[in-house]
Write a protein that binds this ligand. Structure first.
Ligand code: SF4
Ligand code: SF4
Length: 92
């Protein structure tokens, strides 16, 4: 793990100096549960894609969805919002 910056090295006020910097933070390491999508039963409604707070749902070529586990924090919102209940949350 890289050394964390001290408070003296951080920008004043925690200002974000460059656009797109969130891509550097792989928030998937925060996760204790992971969403598993039953793709065969997915109807491609994209509710999970709309509701995911981390934009971790990926739209696939076949009209269904996958999860980008590099950024999925395991909040479970997608599993709650899926209208056909094809997402389960599983312990890591
Ligand atoms: S568990 Fe949360 S962060 Fe992960 S894909 Fe579902 S809504 Fe997004
Ligand atoms: S909410 Fe459920 S059915 Fe809709 S795209 Fe996501 S996984 Fe598929």
């Amino acid at each position: 793990m890289s050394k964390l910056k001290s408070w003296k090295e951080l920008p004043i006020g925690g200002v974000i100096l460059e656009a797109g910097s969130s891509l550097e933070y792989k928030t998937g390491s925060w996760r204790s549960q992971k969403p598993i999508i039953n793709r065969e039963k997915c109807v491609g409604c994209l509710f999970c894609w709309i509701y995911c707070p981390d934009s971790a749902i990926i739209r696939a070529e076949d009209g269904k969805v996958d999860v980008n586990y590099d950024y999925c924090k395991g909040c479970g919102i997608c599993a709650v919002e899926c209208p056909v209940h094809v997402i389960i949350m599983k312990e890591e």
